[in-house]
Design a binder for this molecule. Structure first.
Ligand SMILES: *[C@@H]1O[C@H](CO)[C@@H](O)[C@H](O)[C@H]1NC(C)=O
Ligand SMILES: *[C@@H]1O[C@H](CO)[C@@H](O)[C@H](O)[C@H]1NC(C)=O
Ligand SMILES: *[C@@H]1O[C@H](CO)[C@@H](O)[C@H](O)[C@H]1NC(C)=O
Ligand SMILES: *[C@@H]1O[C@H](CO)[C@@H](O)[C@H](O)[C@H]1NC(C)=O
Ligand SMILES: *[C@@H]1O[C@H](CO)[C@@H](O)[C@H](O)[C@H]1NC(C)=O
Length: 407
């Protein structure tokens, strides 16, 4: 075999992104958004991500998989429901993997009841396999937001058990099993048998965002800064509420980098400033920012909404060079968000530490229509390019020097 043949095979196997994964969540509720924010399964571009994850399906108290979104139940007058349309993405790109995510917040369904009961867990495992077979999907993602809360330590132990049982059933079918975790700094090592957990997962997705929000903080702060600001005291909560700390937590806990996937937010978290003249991070907050026209949720805005606001010209955008993320303000409204530059910094960090790749939450808040003049999906596309690029970003090198000097 000559060199060009080998290179050709390598390129085919590794794809355009050097063998890294790009896992993209589709929030099925985006199909109900109004106007230009309305996002249908047909808006998904199947060539941009390696894995697409449908969020969320529920779990009933009997251990069945439950379709939460109204559109998942659409009539069958020849029309496919959204799960079927989602699964059909693979027809447009055979290399793509389609997963569904179960879980979400405590109290939304019977998930935690099922996790705590071995009989029901066995039912859930059986139903999960049947669900994937029925829809020709490739795997399950478990979104575990309970973490030592609702059901305490036992619940988390039983969760590790569920992951093991799912894995045993999935291995035979070659289904993928992933799980997404938020910040575990306060109880991660205490409640989880981390090696057992990780051993049974194909990928562990780090939800490195929503770290500081208007409901958790009385000062404005970016929800997903790459680094802490250097004036923050070590061990202080803010010191830990950054992407570096999230990744480092899992690496130090023994997670192999090759299974870790870095979560990137395509939205911002917003605040209402208590004093419109005080706009730097750490300034007093009067609560969440006003809801946007599409996502309609106080305290956050999709990137598509942020971009439209910035185009209105009334916003001031600042690059925070300590945290390596941008923020923007106008009047009493303040947004901490990510743009192509901050995403490139985070992706650089992921590459430097040999992570498996990146996760996008979520594709439906990118500028998927391309109305802002940078093509369709500008953030996702730029993230792909950054993941693929061999260039080293100068900014991060500087920050590492500064970081190692931090007491
Ligand atoms: C577990 O669930 C089964 C089936 O619903 C039920 O019969 C059993 O009592 C439950 N076990 C516990 C310990 O709750
Ligand atoms: C700060 O964190 C370090 C490392 O985790 C730990 O060794 C030290 O005891 C902590 N200090 C305080 C004051 O909590
Ligand atoms: C983070 O915030 C976004 C935007 O509000 C929301 O869609 C998502 O569910 C949140 N995720 C977690 C894990 O808090
Ligand atoms: C995506 O990024 C590539 C560079 O990696 C660029 O050539 C291409 O035009 C972009 N696509 C769109 C739709 O903007
Ligand atoms: C990835 O990098 C290769 C080599 O530098 C380039 O040919 C290819 O277009 C890049 N792909 C993307 C998606 O940027």
């Amino acid at each position: 075999m000559n060199l060009s043949v080998i290179i050709c095979i390598m390129t085919t196997l590794l794809g355009p992104t050097l063998g890294k994964v790009i896992m993209c969540y589709f929030g099925s509720w985006a199909t109900h958004r109004p106007g230009k924010g309305n996002f249908q399964v047909s808006d998904i571009e199947p060539s941009l991500c390696t894995h697409y994850i449908y969020a969320f399906v529920g779990v009933t108290a009997e251990g069945s998989i439950h379709l939460k979104n109204k559109r998942d139940h659409l009539p069958t007058h020849g029309e496919k429901n959204d799960i079927e349309k989602f699964a059909a993405l693979k027809k447009r790109n055979g290399a793509v993997r389609g997963l569904v995510s179960i879980g979400g917040w405590a109290g939304t369904d019977g998930f935690y009841l099922v996790v705590n009961n071995a009989t029901l867990r066995a039912k859930l495992v059986k139903n999960a396999v049947a669900f994937l077979e029925k829809y020709h999907l490739d795997g399950f993602d478990v979104n575990w937001d309970y973490q030592g809360q609702t059901g305490g330590v036992d619940l988390d132990k039983n969760f590790v058990e569920l992951v093991k049982e799912l894995k045993e059933a999935f291995v035979k079918k070659e289904f993928l099993l992933t799980a997404a975790f938020g910040t575990l700094k306060h109880h991660g090592t205490r409640v989880y048998d981390i090696p057992a957990l990780i051993g049974n997962l194909d990928y562990l997705i780090v939800m490195s965002y929503n770290l500081t929000t208007a409901s958790s903080s009385n000062v404005v702060e970016h929800h997903a800064p790459m680094f802490p600001a250097s004036n923050q005291k070590p061990n202080a909560t803010l010191m830990q509420n950054n992407v570096k700390a999230c990744v480092d937590f899992w690496l130090k806990s023994g997670a192999p980098a090759s299974k870790l996937v870095l979560g990137l937010p395509l939205y911002g978290k917003t605040f209402t400033l208590a004093d419109a003249s005080k706009t730097t991070p750490g300034s007093p907050s009067a609560g969440p920012g006003r809801a946007g026209p599409y996502t309609r949720e106080a305290g956050s805005l999709g990137y598509n909404e942020i971009y439209e606001k910035q185009l209105s010209g009334k916003w001031t955008t600042v690059w925070d060079d300590k945290r390596k993320v941008p923020y923007a303000y106008s009047g009493d409204q303040w947004i901490g968000f990510d743009n192509r530059r901050s995403l490139a910094v985070k992706i650089n960090y992921a590459k430097k530490h040999g992570l498996a790749g990146i996760m996008i939450w979520n594709i439906d808040t990118d500028d998927f229509r391309g109305t802002c003049g940078h093509g369709r999906y500008p953030l996702l596309n730029a993230s792909r390019a950054a993941l693929n690029s061999t260039a080293v970003i100068q900014e991060e090198i500087q920050e590492d020097v500064q970081d190692s000097n931090t007491p």
